[in-house]
Design a binder for this molecule. Sequence first.
Ligand code: BG6
Length: 483
Amino acid sequence: MNYKESQGFPENFLWGSASAAYQVEGAYLEDGKGLSNWDTFVRIPGKTFKGTTGDIAVDHYHRYQEDIQLMGEMGLKTYRFSIAWSRIYPKGKGEINPKGIEFYNHIIDECLKYHIEPMVTIYHWDIPQALVDEYGGWENRQVVEDFVNYATTLFKEYGDRVKYWITMNEQNIFTGHGWLAGMHPPGKVDDEKTFYQVNHHANIAHAKSVLALKKLYLNDLVGASFAYSPSYAYDRKPLNAMAKMDHDDLNIYFWMDVYAYGRYPRTAMKYLESKGVAPLLEKDDERILKEASKLLDFMGVNYYQSCVVEYNPEDGVGTTHEMNTTGIKGTSKVQGVPGLYKKPQNEFLPTTDWDWTIDPMGLRYCCREITSRYDLPIVISENGLGAYDKLEDGKIHDPYRIDYLRSHIEELKKACDDGCRVLAYCTWSYSDVLSWLNGYQKRYGFVYIDRDEQENTGTLNRYKKDSYYWYQKVIQTNGNDLD
Ligand code: BG6
């Protein structure tokens, strides 16, 4: 749509930034923390770029005061962070670790001291290893009970101060990368049957946690963060339009419909049943999903890129289970599902060094789609640019990051003009963090961290990038000054 003038961002808009426990905290065995699946996975040779781990990460565990002070100085309105399940319950269940509870109390109180709204992600991919060893983690329905117990502990401990909750971070990614692509723990490849079952367990864990939260704090706001890559049909051929529909049912609505409507898309389920890989539902599952969907307050969106979808014949490309994790531009390959679709590059859009398409308008597209289909408020829980940065004389000039964020915020403003109810915008990430598979060289933050792939290198000192000062001004002017 086109408007004579922009209304700008709503009052009290939450300008934020995000992180995740494993990517920032470090201190992986300190103060009673148990091991997580990622602590184990990164030790398998060849799994991460140059064998990088989150053992130390960016040492947020010890430097959180300095980090949050910098957030305060910037004027951040919300800080989205995740809690490490294995810090709270070292074995995933049973005895609570008081030191773990205390750490996140400190984080929350420190945020409030600077008038920063804490936004908590309950699960950002790090399940306690003990649960994996005991019963296979997400593969066993038992995980639902343990997850809800963990989530309820968080609600009881922190619900007096935390008003924004995100149950799952990118459920579509941790299940897909874990059981189809083999790139995340447990590293299984093309295990479709387990993938859909695992995903169903996560859906029920999400839904039951929403119900548990609302019992305790009816007015708290809750959602799930979906890794949303909207798709464009390759061209006007009906075959490609249908391929887009297949893609969207299986890759987009298969998650968002469950969160928002409490049901799987009918056609996707029909297709999975025909292949014998549909998840098994228990008697009350449909009711639980429905009840939770009615209580969902917002759709969380992690937006990085859009994609193009084209019909892929039966003898067409499959998936290579590879990703550009080196930052050598142009090394990604076209992948697809034979008989359904493939995803060629979009020649109209530039890409990052890691071959991620840069498409600011795609962000507005996401908001419009959610508004039309679900009519839910939206939290942009991640958006940002992974790039190489250079520290020179204590300064980091990152105009490319400013350009990226500016163009996305401009489109988000248009989404607000369109009537989309956007509550928050969190950049990824606040400081540089460990990029799961890409080491420390792929940087996203406003704050540079002096370290590289080797452990015990660098001072871990913090340096403000040019983008730090730029975002400070964006916040001060509520998004009116984007220059
Ligand atoms: C999202 C995750 O997938 O994207 C983050 O929620 C992640 O944890 C971010 O770091 C960027 O991805 P990557 O692979 O570049 O680190």
